[in-house]
Design a protein around this ligand. Structure first.
Ligand code: 1CP
Length: 347
């Protein structure tokens, strides 16, 4: 549990405090909808060079804080840096997205590096965290993150993003021992990576399980819930004061009881569930984060205002951190982000 007397509003929410005005930050708040991000990225050359350049990664993390005064800053990095640190090849194809070497069986699994070796690749990220703790305003909470094992595994197995995570589901069926060993390796690496981010100064960490919604029935318990529970248990032993946000995106009914089952201080919810449903079924378990649909950052107007007010008012009866239901898209208008913030703070 976070310190309830902190002057940082995100830490207060994570300690269980209800606030009339919820703290706010936004997934992908540093990104291509901002002209200043595009300029810094051009200076870095490409996306991965930006991630591994502590000075420029610090700069792009600070940009949305300067422009909008969000209550939280999320470290600029990517969930796919962990596979790279484990020895996978990683590159980005312009206009398409990430590409990785694939894991289809025992041989590729055996070639991965040991968890002890990941810091060699990831040390620039820890430097970015240290820089940010120096440079952020005193009221802004620094959020570190990693991908959850299932989501990271879907990219390591397919070698790219896929609409239905088909290759990962297939490997789970045909090579269960390889699949389980991969999940275990990512789980261990994620514990070490997040622990190092906390040592460097991250005040909160978030686990992104973007593809949790494609796990059904016992698979959800085994590959979304259980690795999350293990990571949180290990981090709580080493860093009992550091709150953890879990985001099992599109979990639907599986959001119910997720705080208790995993030990997460906060469960982030996407916009496929309503705020009314979240207030009734998820918020009794603890702090919730979310869940305005990202399209409002493109479309704006009265609908943005009324939907934002509805979410704030509906989740006011318990601890809440305002956010989108998923990342902001490159075609969003920064003026709509300002309108969302003004609405949250004026609701
Ligand atoms: O062109 C660019 O500049 C790259 C676009 C971009 C950005 C801005 C990528 C490539 N990653 C990021 C940064 C990033 N990624 C952050 C930074 C902090 C912030 O939120 O401001 C974070 C938290 C992530 C996390 C991430 N990366 C997730 C989980 C969250 C989510 O969106 O579901 C996932 C799935 C990724 C993989 C990834 N990285 C980038 C892309 C385009 C993708 C998705 C690939 C796909 O599924 O096809």
């Amino acid at each position: 549990m976070a310190n309830p007397t902190s002057d940082k509003t995100i830490l207060r929410a994570l300690a269980g405090e209800e606030q009339a005005t919820p703290p706010i930050w936004m997934m992908r708040q540093a990104g291509r909808y901002l002209p200043e991000y595009k300029a810094t990225r051009a200076k870095a050359g490409d996306f991965l060079s930006l991630c591994y350049n502590p000075e420029l990664a610090t700069e792009v993390t600070l940009q949305p804080i300067r422009r909008f005064g969000f209550d939280g800053a999320i470290l600029f990095a990517d969930i796919l840096l962990v596979p790279q640190a484990l020895g996978a090849d990683l590159w980005f194809v312009t206009g398409e997205g990430p590409r990785l070497s694939t894991i289809t069986g025992e041989a590729e699994l055996a070639q991965l590096r040991s968890v002890d070796d990941i810091h060699e690749t990831l040390s620039p990220i820890y430097q970015t965290v240290r820089n940010l703790r120096q440079e952020l305003p005193k009221e802004t909470t620094l959020i570190g993150f990693a991908g959850a094992p299932w989501t990271v595994a879907t990219y390591m197995i397919a070698g790219k993003g896929t609409p239905d995570q088909g290759p990962a589901h297939a490997l789970k069926g045909t090579h269960p021992a390889v699949f389980d060993a991969l999940i275990e390796r990512i789980t261990e690496a994620t514990i070490e990576y997040l622990s190092a981010q906390i040592d460097a100064g991250a005040e909160v960490v978030k686990l992104f399980d973007s593809w949790a919604g494609s796990l059904k029935g016992p698979d959800f318990q085994r590959y979304a819930l259980e690795p999350t529970r293990q990571i949180i248990a290990a981090l709580k032993l080493r860093h009992p004061e550091t709150p953890i946000i879990a985001f099992p995106r599109q979990a639907g009914d599986n959001y119910i009881g997720f705080h208790e089952a995993t030990g997460a201080d906060c469960v982030a919810v996407d916009d496929s569930v309503t705020a009314d449903w979240v207030a009734k079924h998820v918020q009794p378990g603890g702090c919730v984060q979310g869940n305005l649909a990202s399209r409002h950052m493109v479309t704006g107007g009265e609908e943005l205002v009324s939907e934002t007010q509805h979410i704030v008012r509906t989740l006011r009866g318990g601890p809440h951190i305002f956010n989108l239901g998923h990342g902001i898209t490159p075609d969003a208008d920064p003026a709509n982000v300002q309108l969302m913030i003004d609405t949250v703070r004026g609701a």
